[in-house]
Ligand binder design. Structure first.
Ligand SMILES: [Zn+2]
Length: 302
């Protein structure tokens, strides 16, 4: 029987029972013994043998459960890839990549439900469904891709999901702007009213470019992400009575800072997982901005 850091065991010793309480590798024990000294020593040796055997078994089990390697022995990153080559994450980086986006799937579903619940008109409802879907799919597709990448280092499924993962970034950017450009009443005379469709056009062009030149001009692709991420915000920021501007900017800053880690595979340990965390924080800031400014909580009915 194991109690915290102690092993407590009972061992049959001839006519008596030895009750042994040991702290892992220590061997002290007390044993009720018969009067005869010689018999006492024999039984004591037998008791120790049994005791040692039990502890060896316990030790073997412990070794199987508890990893024997120290944190220093973990390979936190691989070498930086050559030009036009994909980075190959280490095992710990694979696991971190899966976890850091996997944890956001359920909150995204719950967040979408909350937006739908608060919707009072069609514009709010369609925005909640579309934005929520892009949020859930962003984290869902990313998690699936990183799971498959971890399991199969290369292959058709991995390549297909990698393309989907990249395409979801464009779709998610367009989806994130949709509530701001749909629920809010923007001026109808300028280009602000057209931005709701322009952002999807830009996302489509980005996806086509990304599918054609997949993994070829990665820095150029990152610049496209930044352009499509910032450009649609201009007509929103131009609105004088715009509420939620601070959160919109703050979320944007998190995305931009996260790009440093997005491009740091092989330089910084678990860089891609850190990029994932920045995405979660930025998406969270933008979600609560949308929730508070576009979907104000309904007053309790009297
Ligand atoms: Zn990722």
């Amino acid at each position: 029987m194991e109690l915290g850091g102690f092993f407590v065991c009972t061992v049959q010793c001839g006519s008596g029972i030895c009750i042994c309480v040991d702290f892992f590798f220590c061997m002290p024990f007390e044993c009720t013994q018969p009067e005869d000294e010689e018999r006492k020593n024999t039984e004591k040796k037998q008791c120790m043998l049994n005791n040692t055997s039990i502890f060896q078994q316990c030790l073997e089990i412990t070794k199987k459960i508890v990893p024997q390697c120290s944190l220093k022995e973990v390979q936190w990153k691989n070498q930086k890839p050559k030009a036009r080559e994909a980075y190959c994450p280490t095992e710990i980086e694979h696991i971190a990549n899966v976890i850091t986006h996997g944890v956001a799937i359920v909150p995204s579903i719950l967040g979408t439900y909350e937006l739908c619940y608060r919707s009072e008109n069609f514009a709010q409802l369609i925005s909640a469904l579309l934005y929520g879907a892009t949020l859930v799919f962003l984290f869902g597709v990313s998690t699936c891709f990183h799971c498959i990448f971890y399991r199969f280092q290369r292959g058709r499924w991995k390549d297909t999901l990698h393309r989907c993962d990249r395409a979801m970034i464009y779709i998610f950017i367009a989806g994130s702007y949709f509530p701001w450009l749909t629920v809010k009443a923007l001026p109808t005379d300028g280009w602000a009213s057209s931005m709701k469709w322009i952002v999807w056009l830009l996302a489509s062009l980005g996806i086509i470019y990304q599918q054609v030149f997949h993994e070829k001009y990665k820095s150029l692709e990152t610049i496209f992400y930044v352009i499509i991420g910032i450009f649609p915000s201009l007509p929103i920021i131009a609105e004088s009575d715009f509420s939620g501007l601070t959160e919109l900017k703050l979320g944007g800053i998190f995305y931009v800072v996260g790009i440093i880690f997005f491009k740091a595979d092989g330089f910084i340990p678990c860089a891609h997982a850190i990029w994932h965390i920045f995405v979660i924080i930025a998406a969270g800031v933008h979600y609560f901005a949308i929730l508070n400014h576009l979907y104000p909580d309904l007053p309790p009915s009297t």
